[in-house]
Design a protein around this ligand. Structure first.
Ligand SMILES: [Zn+2]
Length: 146
């Protein structure tokens, strides 16, 4: 999935739990669950990352963390929310490591991570709908709407 649903689901987990030892592993585990849900985007290969894809990933990350800080701002439990948001993207850090140190690095982890990923192609509408619904649900949980 995109970074935004990952971060916001992690933030939603953080909004419901009081302790870091609960938030960090659960938010990180949520990453793999979300990756397995049918969605568009697939799996971007670090080896042949194009400029257009890199810009899209940066915009997604900016949206994700901008939304995280906007949602958490002013809430009494902002710290667990922010911790959950960051913890949810820990499983994707191998991408950055491979960009910095070489695409052949962490290949066993990359293979394992890929196993959780939804691999089939999806039309754009349902492929984005699952991600947008995930984002909306996560926001509702954070702001205690549901
Ligand atoms: Zn991932």
């Amino acid at each position: 999935m995109l970074t935004t649903p990952h971060v916001l689901v992690g933030a939603a987990i953080g909004s419901q739990l009081p302790h870091a030892w609960q938030i960090v592993p659960l938010a990180a585990a949520s990453h793999f669950v979300l990756d397995s849900i049918p969605h568009i985007q697939g799996y971007i290969e670090v080896e042949d990352l194009e400029k257009k894809e890199a810009l899209f990933l940066l915009a997604d990350a900016a949206l994700a963390f901008g939304a995280l800080f906007l949602l958490a701002k002013g809430l009494p439990n902002w710290e667990p929310i922010v911790l959950g948001g960051f913890s949810a993207v820990i499983p994707d850090f191998h991408h950055i490591y491979r960009v910095l140190f070489g695409p052949e690095k962490l290949s066993r982890y990359t293979k394992l991570h890929k196993k959780f990923h939804w691999k089939k192609n999806m039309p754009i509408l349902p492929g984005m709908a699952t991600q947008i619904l995930t984002i909306i649900l996560a926001i509702f949980v954070i702001i205690k709407f549901i």
